[in-house]
Write a protein that binds this ligand. Sequence first.
Ligand code: FRU
Length: 474
Amino acid sequence: AYYNEPYRPQFHFTPEAHWMNDPNGLVYLNGKYHLFYQYYPEGTVWGPMHWGHAESTDLLHWKHLPIALYPDKLGMIFSGSAVIDKENTAGFGKNAMVAIFTYHDDEIWKAGKKNTESQGLAYSVDEGKTWTKHNGNPVLNNSGEQDFRDPKVFWNETISKWNMVLAVGDKIKIFSSANLKEWQFESDFKPDDDVQNLGVWECPDLFPMKVKGSAETKWVMIVNHGDKAPNGGSGTRYFIGNFDGKKFINSQKSLWMDSGTDFYAAVTFSNVPNDKKILLGWMSNWLYATKVPTEVWRSAMTLPRELELTTNGYFYFLNQKMIPQFSSLLSPVFESKEVKTPFEKEALNLSQAQITFETNGVSDAIISLSNNNGEVFTITLSGGNLVTDRSNSGKIDFNENFANKPQVMPLAGDKITNVQLILDKSSIEILLNNGKYSMTNLFFPNEDYSVLSIITNENKPIQNLKISSVKRIW
Ligand code: FRU
């Protein structure tokens, strides 16, 4: 299998065929990273959900595996997480891989009731190859809430118990458990002064992180929103705060994790060596995900990103970095110091460009990707924002929301010192200032973009420019 259909990502994860959405059950065990995902194996649009499965030793090269979880009489298998039960708290076996997922039962809805969703367990004692559903499902029932889903479970050392964060309507509910089977409600999380009207909350995550360069630990709460993100449709934000096993209290207002329209349902892997926090998102948007012009399969994941928590003394920020092993896919094609602008480079495809500006940064620049067909994707730095525009990027009219307006990322007064662009067949991931800002976009040009051009205000030179080609993973 070579996966070389039009628009097929060459170094991002895609299912062999059919529909995929959220990453699920991200977990590391015995040298392998497991990626489960929302999957409909009978079509290229959303349908009754299963958990697809793939594994990888480096988070870059993936092996497709058989479907892990199928719908059953309790419903479809919606999003959720996986843990390694090291102490056999649930009685499924020492080091069992346990999946905690949402059952979604449309029959209940059709019967006129709202509580369509509940949480169930399944376990595997052969490293995720075969799965058994727990015979006491559901383990967390729903007394009447309409949206009650996407459990993320983790072992909390400070209380020697499991915690679960669950998205319920427009808030997060926190639970605890000694055995993964009986869950006790602890608290609701929704700050009084929070951004209003962000629709239904989905796919939460919660984990502690050491603040870089300090002895301090803070907790990170991730919340995804299917609709009404700043540039339209789906988006991911995070809160930094404190958590005692019962209540999460945020220390500052939320920040958007990625300002592009194609970064969603992002959550982290559990059980990763050295406690690294590795984030994976679904690279699409519910506004148009089922309409994008791909055949055979639909949707890709973002590249995995390693998180780093930093502070400027007042606020905390999550930086997103490419995992170190990403560099094993790179071969240098151009490197130069003091590059004059306007700069243009041809024969570009499947590549990474790392642009370093002068130490105090720039605030005005235009970077574009274009092809011989006159199609162009532009990235403009101006007025304190980064703006992407795909109105002339290629195929856009499959959905009115795809390219109807430029996408704006506010830069909180920062000048830009470095830009990392990662270009696959139909996507770009843009990281600014060592990953403090992130913007992910899809595009569908009628032929590959082949030219990169960079213009800076007053033609300020680029201090360092490095372009590498990226090897395909299949
Ligand atoms: C997020 C989501 C989840 C749900 C799943 C269904 O994209 O809507 O809330 O569990 O997708 O596929």
